[in-house]
Design a protein. Sequence first.
Length: 332
Amino acid sequence: MSEVVTGDAVVVEVRIAQMPSRAVAIIIDMVVQFTILIAAYMLLGAFSAISDTAFSGAVMIVLVVLVLVGYPVLFETLTRGRSLGKLAMGLRVVGDDGSPERFRQALFRGLAGVMEFWMFSGAPALISSLVSQRGKRLGDIFSGTIVISERLPSDGGQAVLMPPPLAGWAATLELSQLPEEVVAAARQYLTRWHDLSPRVQHEMGVRIATQVAAFVSPAPPAGVPPHAYLSAVLAERRRREEARLARGSARVPYAGSAPPPAHPPHSVRPTPVPYGPPGPYAQPGPPQPQPAQPSHAQPGPPPQPSHGQGRPAGGPLPEPPPVTPGGFVPPQ
């Protein structure tokens, strides 16, 4: 993984394409180019008997330039950074700031590719990719581009856990308008939660939770931390998807009026570390081993205050620690 800074000063994490996948994509493109050259040579040879030899040679030179340079430039410009080989391997060329590839950048890459792959059999590209921290070949260095992978690895089937206090509220959510790109951003945030600094945890969480709340109703209870809100939304969305698949395969779906179980049977995990002080919400991310609890146990009431600490009975939910203040105000 690598981070790029966009023109709006936003840090975006991208997955740099690995050398094996790039090599396979280049081989596919070269095979396509070589096939086009053979077909053009055979077609030109059929008309060489009725045409001038010098004219045939000039036409062949133009065809070679068009195939070797025009093929990658044309495809990467029209498809925003994807040739046939990159399309097959799930790769894309983007600018150093994450912007789509432009014609000027594709032209520099195409011209450099003739020297790197056709004149020196890929040796300059291999050496440059090994030296560069982002795996850049000479064409990428000249044009200011990087090659990224759009096929993200599987998450290993790990499901986002439902915070037990929000299970009943989550069952009433309207999720039909929630866009996939917002869901992907929320899932990535929860996955990387433990790798972020406390300030970034809060700021990014509030921003993504506000985006999600614009498409989800009703509003969350007061004092819910952003990560708990996002976990509840994603867990409920996953539960409904699984219920829909169960109905399609003639299984009995969950149809009760009570809140759904906090931990589905396929994703039972140890109890996560609590968020800050003891409270009803749990941190996202990798859990730590805790004493096992019976699967039929229901979440009990939050701990009662003692010696003037904690929250008063019937009062609002506890707030996160000062370094990562929880809760956010959803749009009206």
